[in-house]
Ligand binder design. Structure first.
Ligand code: ADP
Length: 566
């Protein structure tokens, strides 16, 4: 539109200016010619007026007329003066008669064509030249047409050029808009890649450089964030971060595992944390109370945590939860163990002390002395057994005792235990049977075991069977192969059995079903035999269990891994 308006304005302006200038030039030319004409009329008396008029008309290529001062036409180059009307009222003639140079443009009444007139005063009248404007008009029309063609052509060329430039600019701008959208959507690898070197291209290059810089910074930030997240997720401690308004912002994997269905991001912390102590810590930190600590037992069932909350620079708070459950359990076990050992030692030691003091009195008769000395000896043996068992247990539990694992036949283990204990059983009035299966065609069953250690396990189990059963009881030992991976050994007695409520605990250290009865029968039990057996079996990669019913005897089973032939 702008180009069209400009072209039209220019066309009209140029045409007007050109036409005006053409008319002006024609007029100037005509005025000069009429002055020459007037000069000749005044000075050339040799020729008749009609001839002068005809000559001037030819010279000026115009119609020449001589008019007297009354307005009457004296001579004319194109019409008969006799038939011409009075010209005194013609504007150019009137002006010349007044002594001025007269000019006018109008349609001739005589010829009906548009003329440009110029008149000049002469002696006794006026001379006039009339120039037909048709020629000027024709020239003007040709120029106008050429001008119009030029205008249309330049308009067309300008429009095409403008369209081409606009198209290329809009294409480049669209690429930039697309780039901006990609960056806004998070794709920092987007680039415009402008090839040219104009202002738009330098904007594109600057944007590309910003995106590249942004990508590098973002990658660095992302790497640090991932490192931090990996670090926090690999921590033993649970970590949770809350915003200044108390909403969960972030939690590590450990924290998610603790809370049922995970820590709920974006929701108030009370939705994820139910422990009042932990909530108090976080709230106090959020309220500007700095680092807070407490013990929380209600974060996850059966677990105790040490909670430390600290303020974050963003205004929120972060809480770190250290699991104290195991530490507290170990601590309790240690305390219980010391109490148990002290208790176990106190009874025999008190007894030794008491009897020794009585003996020192020196007032007892030799039989009493012998009896007391025997009691002292028994108690000393008991203390010694206890310390022996404690040492064995300590060695096994600490892993200090290295087992010499080697393939041993199951039959050999059972036979060895039988030969070591059948006489002891007989002495106690019991019968020990070994019921190992007959040798199979496939060969002997081999287990991977430390011979001495497994002998110790058998010893503890058989001694228990002997210790707790009444004379006449039957004790069986043997093994079976219940599956492809393990051999299962057993020691079965027909003794009193173990009440079911004690079954889950008999493998604990110092656990005895009936302490009074054990002590009363002077069985000499320390409560450590099964704990030692359990540790040895577990260290071999096996398991130990008990089956027992009151008055129906007890069966103790333990497994050992079979050696697979290569
Ligand atoms: P202790 O040195 O007292 O025998 P153990 O650890 O060997 O300690 O056994 C733990 C407890 O399990 C024993 O005190 C006893 O009450 C019970 N017990 C173990 N074996 C038998 C068994 N064969 N028959 C009955 N009770 C048993």
């Amino acid at each position: 539109l702008v180009i069209l308006t400009a072209t039209l304005t220019m066309d009209v302006t140029i045409r007007r200016a050109w036409e005006d200038s053409l008319r002006e030039q024609t007029q100037m030319h005509l005025s000069r010619e009429v002055r020459l004409f007037a000069n000749r009329v005044d000075n050339d008396h040799a020729r008749p007026l009609a001839e002068i008029v005809a000559q001037e008309a030819r010279a000026a290529d115009a119609r020449a007329t001589m008019i007297d001062s009354s307005g009457k036409v004296l001579a004319d180059s194109e019409a008969d003066p006799a038939h011409m009307e009075n010209h005194a009222q013609r504007p150019e003639v009137a002006a010349a008669l007044r002594g001025d140079a007269g000019n006018s443009t109008r349609t001739s009444k005589t010829l009906g064509i548009e003329f440009m007139y110029a008149a000049a005063p002469v002696r006794g009248g006026v001379v006039r030249l009339a120039y037909p404007l048709a020629g000027v008009r024709r020239t003007a029309a040709v120029v106008r047409r050429n001008l119009l063609i030029a205008s249309v052509l330049s308009l067309l060329a300008a429009a095409l050029l403008a369209a081409w430039i606009a198209h290329s600019f809009s294409k480049r701008l669209r690429r930039m808009a697309q780039f901006a959208q990609q960056v806004a959507a998070g794709d920092l690898s987007a680039r415009i890649s402008e090839g040219s070197s104009d202002e738009l291209a330098s904007v594109a290059t600057a944007l590309d450089a910003s995106a590249r810089q942004l990508e590098i910074s973002f990658r660095t930030v992302e790497q640090s964030r991932q490192q931090l997240e990996t670090l926090l997720n690999s921590m033993q401690e649970a970590v949770i971060a809350v915003s200044a308004d108390g909403r969960v912002e972030w939690a590590n994997g450990h924290m998610d595992d603790l809370v049922p269905r995970g820590a709920r991001r974006g929701l108030p912390m009370i939705e994820s944390i139910r422990d009042p102590e932990m909530l108090r810590c976080l709230r106090e930190t959020l309220a500007g109370g700095g680092v807070q600590q407490s013990r929380a037992a209600l974060v996850a069932a059966g677990k105790v945590f040490q909670v430390v909350s600290a303020p974050l620079p963003s205004g929120g708070a972060v809480a770190v939860l250290q699991d104290l459950t195991e530490i507290e359990r170990v601590e309790k076990t240690r305390r219980d163990f010391i109490a148990n050992v002290s208790h176990e030692l106190r009874t025999p030691l008190t007894s030794i002390q008491g009897y020794a003091e009585t003996l020192l009195d020196g007032s007892s008769d030799p039989d009493t002395v012998r009896e007391f000395a025997e009691i002292i000896r028994k108690n000393a043996v008991r203390v010694s057994r206890l310390t022996d068992d404690l040492l064995v247990l300590a060695r096994v539990e600490s892993g200090e005792q290295r087992f010499q694992l080697q393939p041993v036949t199951c039959r050999e283990l059972v036979a060895d235990a039988f030969s070591a204990f059948h006489r002891i059983a007989e002495n106690a009035g019991m019968h020990l049977h070994s019921d190992a299966p007959p040798p199979s065609a496939a060969g002997e069953d081999l287990v991977l075991a430390d011979y001495e250690a497994i002998h110790q396990v058998f010893a503890n189990l058989i001694q228990n069977a002997v210790k707790y059963s009444a004379p006449g009881a039957e004790i069986n030992l043997g093994y079976s192969i219940p599956g492809p991976d393990f051999a299962e050994f057993y020691v079965r007695d027909s003794g009193p059995g173990i009440p079911s409520e004690h079954l889950p605990r008999i493998f604990e250290r110092f656990y005895r079903v009936d302490k009074a009865r054990s002590a009363g029968r002077e069985s000499g039990g320390t409560g450590l035999g099964l704990a030692i057996a359990k540790h040895i079996v577990i260290s071999h990669g096996g398991a130990i269990r008990v089956e027992s019913k009151m008055n129906h005897g007890s069966s103790l089973f333990f497994t050992l891994p079979l050696v697979r032939p290569a």
